[in-house]
Ligand binder design. Structure first.
Ligand code: MF3
Ligand code: CO
Length: 247
């Protein structure tokens, strides 16, 4: 549970993170590498008096996770040039004065295929439908169910092992925020909770994934591409407050 003042600090971290994502969007042109993006993110955060919380977290070596095409999360930034039609998810946690915000977004290089464009739109839609459920009196099951129903509607796979979480002065705080669930079940949402909501959908039906030997990189088992949209959201009596949404 966070006070209004603490949520205010997290909002500052969230504002920096949002504006960093706005820059990243501009950098997404053919030929750029995820290592270059990672480097620019580090510079951006330093210029804004913030630090990349993921770097060194449980031994994760980089400021950002950069997950390309069938890599769906925790990919390492690397020196391969991105090409027209690729999609890349950039995920990061920003620390500003000890308070955190977490947001991932999937970007396309030029125009990806029609079915990937739809996957992107609909996964983002699942995020916002879930956020709409993030109000006092609802439950974590209501959030998960909004994601699950959206995936079902379009017959996408939900990557179930990767879940949202509470966040504050630590990246992962209770509770777990599952991307599936039953309405009116699970923990009751109350004012002052701050959570991440972070659905990952794939075009494959199962959303099954495997971990690479580096212990981090997660890719789909069937090679289908995945996309992810994540915001940090505070539960307030005035409604869901998106801390990483640029407001
Ligand atoms: N941003 C991630 C999340 O949504 C955390 C990544 S784990 C790290 O939970 F090790 F890469 F930092
Ligand atoms: Co997260």
């Amino acid at each position: 549970m966070k006070t209004k003042e603490e949520i205010g600090y997290m909002r500052e971290a969230g504002r920096i993170l949002y504006s960093c994502h706005q820059h990243i969007k501009q950098w997404m042109v053919p030929g750029i590498t995820t290592a270059e993006i990672n480097e620019r993110v580090e510079e951006f955060l330093a210029e804004h008096g913030a630090t990349p919380e993921q770097k060194g977290y449980k031994g994760y070596p980089y400021a950002t996770c950069a997950s390309v095409n069938e890599v769906i999360c925790h990919g390492f930034p690397n020196h391969e040039a991105l090409a027209s039609g690729d999609v890349v998810t950039i995920d990061m946690v920003v620390n500003k004065d000890g308070w955190l915000a977490d947001s991932a977004w999937t970007y396309a290089i030029d125009e990806p295929g029609r079915s990937i464009r739809k996957l992107m739109k609909r996964t983002e839609k699942a995020l916002y439908r879930a956020i709409a459920q993030a109000i006092p009196g609802n439950t974590l099951g209501d959030i998960g169910n909004a994601i699950e129903r959206t995936a079902r509607l379009y017959r996408y796979g939900i990557v179930k092992p990767l879940i949202g979480h509470g966040i504050g002065q630590y990246i992962h705080e209770p509770p777990n925020v599952l991307p599936y669930g039953k309405r009116r079940t699970g923990m009751l949402l109350t004012e002052g909770m701050v959570i991440t909501i972070e659905p990952i959908f794939t075009k494959g039906s199962s959303g099954a994934v495997v971990w690479d030997e580096d212990g981090w990189t997660v890719r789909t088992l069937d090679g289908s591409w995945g996309v992810q949209y994540e915001h940090t959201v505070a539960i307030t009596n005035e409604g869901p407050l998106i801390l990483t949404g640029g407001t």
